[in-house]
Design a protein around this ligand. Sequence first.
Ligand SMILES: Cc1ncc(C[n+]2csc(CCOP(=O)(O)OP(=O)(O)O)c2C)c(N)n1
Ligand SMILES: [Mg+2]
Length: 553
Amino acid sequence: MRHGGDILVQSLIGLGASKCFGVPGESYLAALDALHDTKGVLDFVLCRNEGGAAFMAAAWGKLTNQPGLCFATRGPGASNATIGVHTARQDSSPMILFVGQVGTDMKGREAFQEFDFRAIYGTMAKWVIEIDQVDRIPELVSRAWTVALSGRPGPVVVALPEDMLRETSEVLPLSGPVRIADPMPDPEAVADALDTLSGAERPLILFGGTNWTSAGQAALQHFAEASDIPVVAEFRYQDQFDNNSPVFMGEAGVGLVPSVRKLLAEADVILAVNALLGETVTDGYSLLAVPSPQQKLIHVHGASEELGKVYRPTIGIQAGPNAFAKALSPVQSRWADWRAAARRAYEEGFAAPHQPSPVDMVSVSAHLREVLPEDSIVTNGAGNFTVWPNKFLKFGQNMRLLAPQSGSMGYGLPAAIAARIAEPDKRVICFAGDGDFQMTCQELATSVQAGAQPIVLILNNGIYGTIRAHQERNFPARVSGTTMVSPDFVALAKAYGFHAERVETTAQFPDALERAFASSSGAVLDLVIAPDAVTPRQTLSQMRAEATARTEG
Ligand SMILES: Cc1ncc(C[n+]2csc(CCOP(=O)(O)OP(=O)(O)O)c2C)c(N)n1
Ligand SMILES: [Mg+2]
């Protein structure tokens, strides 16, 4: 006989889980009790806020393609965790959030910390379930795991009533991993897609999503290179394609660069593989007309509900990205000039002017491109500072980017901790804004306790730069709610046991980074960035001046 907590934990181990993230609560004591005996097999990574824990689980899912696991207590804990569920959804990352729930005997009375998890998570999660009978734990955990992984991966929420978890049963826990194979494309549809591409004047491949395998990525790269077709990544998926390939043209995301916009606008056939074709990629649904784009659209996705969600495809193919990529055979190349011009524009994008800032991120990024090991993992949250890791690094075949498609601030540090736990031997560099960092900086303690210390670069400009920039463009010279008073980040990081330094000039950066690399405690570098240097090519003062002239004109 085992209690429910034990059946749950043994089932997760059976499925292959090795880490879970959470903040404790009295609502799931039986699960914590089971985790008492699983150290080194399934570790509970103790976090400081459920928001951080849920971000770690979401990032774990994105990095490993296996569900990231998070435990949170009812009402208050579950409320904190929602940000990670939303992030996992927009990231298409597999994740399971286990929520302790009030006892079944008092449900529906607004008991202490009771939470209507179906109503709250209903639109955010792929599936929400409460396990009411201890005997059904293996069945429902198996389904949660499979749902999180299949089709378009995403978050599942499983509520665990306190009394159910404490009941005992003889039911056997799950054993053995689950492998979900890619759905295969229809060969006739693939042939039609290749015909359509062959007839194109200016073809373009747009890819996105999780679930790629290295074989699938290699197949897509081979096809694109052999056919000379330019390739663009959806927002923050640029790490899924070798950026050094001559067909890679950059990322279609927030702050769409002109060369990528041009490619999307001028392409007459778009092959969208594993892509969601959302707001950021289409520049607010303007580059492709809703619902019928002028371009011919071949839309390939593993989840049927993504096909035709916004855009009527010319050819819709329900297939996994890897199976589809492997089914492609090169088409006669006629687009060398179109491809080469786009690649030149991509390369030119790295040559931004030197920044009017004590630390110049153009130089810092160039240095990082030189010294970061080719299998580094880069993370970031949200803010204007993300332009540097997202647009000024080159992601080779083995480098990874963990960055939220949802644009949620605070993701970078927890993601970096999860990445270090998953890959303890790799360099993990978190880029954070001063605002972004303060959303989850208490997770520095989690990092130290877990022995998983990344390197954090805080791009400290004293403002919520993104919002200030919007403010100056829309309401010039009326600064409201966007200037921050921050703590001494060096002292703060040291208090948590990190090596920390303030970097006051560009010239100080390389040595400071060396010392950060050499420190065994993890490191926080506080980079002094001028608020005016809010974007690589336009300063805040220029934005203000332009907007003022417009308003006065
Ligand atoms: C959780 C969350 N809250 C608020 C926002 C809105 N927001 C987007 S960027 C940003 C400012 C980020 O400031 P900072 O981290 O300092 O970066 P900077 O833009 O200054 O480089 C804000 C408030 C968000 N995206 N996520
Ligand atoms: Mg800032």
